[in-house]
Design a protein around this ligand. Structure first.
Ligand code: NAP
Length: 385
C-alpha cells in the first residue's frame, strides 16, 4: 500500500462483465462505498449504453451518469497510473485472457513493480481459484489461458486468510497483490466447515448439501434455470461432480494445516428463490462437545482472528437454524450448530451475489488496499424480499 491509497481520495475502480448479475451487485455495493468509485464499467454487449438502464434499481445514485464502455476502452483507462481497483466479473475462461491483456497493457505502459503497488485485481470467476493450471484444466476441460499469472492471485475466504494482505503476510513469503473470490457454494460450505478443521475438532469427512437461488446461474436464461422450470420445485444436480467440490476440498483442507485434503462430498440443489444459498453440512466430531460450547469456540476464533489481522469477520454462529432472510442483501454468513453424540450438523446461509460474490470481492479489495474489511459492506438485511 502506498501513501496514495491511505489518503481519503477516491480510488478509480473498473468492473468487467458489466451487464451481469454479479457486476450489478458490485455496482450496488460500490455506489455506497467510501473509497472505490466505479468509473469504468466494461460491457461486451452494450458499450455506450446507460448503466442504470440495465440496472434500474441503481437509478438515483452516483451511477446515474455512468455508461458502459468497451473492454478496450476500460483496459486503456487502466494504464493511466494512480490507485486502481479492477473487478473481473466475467464467465470462467474469459477472465484469465482479460487479466493477461490487463497486465500486459500495464507493463507496456511502464506500470509494473513499485510504481504499481496501488493496483489490485479481484477475480470473481473460477479462473484464479486454483494455483495449479493442470488442476484447473482437468476441472474446466480446457487449458488455462494465463498460467503464468496464477502465482499472483490468492484464493480464500477473506476471514480465512492467514496474514495482513495490505502489509505483510504471517504465513506466506509475500503479501498477495491480487485475489480470487471463491465460488458461492464454496463460500457457504467452507465458512461452515473451516472453524471446526482449524480448531482440530472434526474427522476428515464432510458431507455438504446446498440449495442455491436462481441468480446463481447468472443473467443468460437456460432450459433448466428458466422460471417455470424451477420456481415451485426443488431438485439436485451434479451430485458428487460439481466444480465447487474440489474448491471446497482445497480451502477446507487448508484449515487443518496438515496438507491433507478432507473427504468432501457435495450435492447441490436448485431452489425456488432468487437470492441466497442454504447449505447443510454433516461432520464427525473427534469427541462429544455440546453445541453451545462449539458456538462459543467458533465465535471466539473469528473474533480473535479479526483482532490479530485487523480484519472483520462477517461470520456469526449460534444454536438457532439461520434463515436466508437474515442474510439476503448483506455480506453476512450465519451458521447454525447442532450436535448429537459425535455427529455435528452445521447449517450455513449466505447471499450468493453478496458474500458469495460481489461482497466477498469488495471485502478482498478493502483488504488489499488496507481499508477496513467492512468498508461499504455494513449492510442490514432485508428481512423480507
Ligand atoms: N451469480 C452468482 O451467484 C455468482 C456467484 C459467484 C461467482 N459467480 C461468477 O461471477 C462471474 C459472473 O457471474 P454472473 O452471474 O454475473 O454471470 P452473468 O449474469 O452471465 O454475467 C456475466 C457477464 O459477463 C459478460 N461476458 C459474457 N461473456 C463474456 C466474455 N466471453 N468475455 C467478457 N465478458 C463476457 C457479459 O456482460 P457484457 O455483455 O456486459 O459484457 C455477461 O453479462 C462468473 O464467472 C460466475 O461464475 C457468480
Amino acid at each position: 500500500m502506498t501513501s496514495d491509497a491511505t489518503r481519503d481520495a477516491p480510488i478509480v475502480t473498473a468492473v468487467h462483465g458489466g451487464s451481469g448479475y454479479v457486476a450489478g451487485e458490485l455496482l450496488r455495493l460500490l455506489a455506497l462505498h467510501p473509497r472505490f468509485v466505479a468509473t469504468h464499467v466494461a460491457s461486451t454487449s452494450q458499450p455506450g449504453e446507460s448503466v442504470v438502464a440495465t440496472f434500474p434499481h441503481l437509478a438515483g445514485t452516483s451511477l446515474d451518469a455512468l455508461r458502459f464502455a468497451s473492454e478496450e476502452a476500460v483496459l486503456d483507462a487502466c494504464t493511466r497510473g494512480g490507485p486502481l481497483a479492477v473487478f473481473l466479473a466475467t464467465p470462467h475462461g474469459s477472465a484469465a485472457p482479460l487479466a493477461k491483456r490487463l497486465f500486459a497493457a500495464r507493463a507496456a505502459a511502464g506500470l509494473e513493480g513499485a510504481g504499481s503497488r496501488d493496483f489490485h485485481v479481484v477475480d470473481l470467476s473460477a479462473d484464479f481459484r486454483f494455483p495449479d493450471a493442470a488442476q484447473w484444466a482437468s476441472i474446466y476441460g480446457k487449458p488455462h489461458a494465463a498460467p503464468e499469472l496464477l502465482p499472483r492471485f490468492t484464493c480464500t475466504v477473506p476471514e480465512h486468510f492467514d496474514g495482513d494482505a495490505a502489509t505483510a503476510s504471517s504465513s506466506s513469503a509475500a503479501p498477495p497483490r491480487h485475489a480470487a473470490q471463491p465460488g458461492c457454494f464454496t463460500t457457504a460450505a467452507t465458512c461452515a466447515a473451516w472453524p471446526f478443521f482449524k480448531l482440530g475438532l472434526v474427522e476428515s469427512d464432510v458431507f455438504v448439501s446446498a440449495i442455491t437461488g436462481s441468480s446463481g446461474s447468472g443473467r443468460t436464461p437456460a432450459a433448466n434455470t428458466h422460471h417455470p422450470e424451477r420456481h415451485a420445485t426443488l431438485y439436485a444436480y451434479n451430485a458428487l461432480s460439481h466444480r465447487h467440490e474440489p474448491e471446497m476440498r482445497r480451502l477446507i483442507g487448508a484449515a487443518s494445516g496438515d496438507g491433507r485434503a478432507p473427504d468432501v462430498e457435495f450435492v447441490p440443489h436448485s431452489g425456488p428463490f432468487v437470492r441466497g444459498i442454504h447449505a447443510t453440512l454433516r461432520m464427525t466430531l473427534r469427541r462429544e462437545i455440546a453445541a453451545e460450547a462449539l458456538v462459543a469456540q467458533v465465535n471466539e476464533l473469528h473474533q480473535q482472528r479479526a483482532r490479530t489481522t485487523g480484519g472483520r469477520s462477517f461470520v456469526l454462529a449460534s444454536t438457532s437454524a439461520p434463515k436466508l432472510t437474515e442474510v439476503v442483501g448483506t455480506n453476512k454468513v450465519r451458521l447454525g450448530i447442532a450436535t448429537r453424540g459425535r455427529t455435528l450438523v452445521v447449517t450455513s446461509v449466505i447471499d450468493n451475489l453478496t458474500k458469495g460474490a460481489a461482497g466477498g470481492a469488495v471485502q478482498w479489495m478493502n483488504r488489499l488496499f488496507g481499508l477496513p474489511d467492512g468498508a461499504g459492506l455494513e449492510l442490514p438485511g432485508l428481512g423480507w424480499y
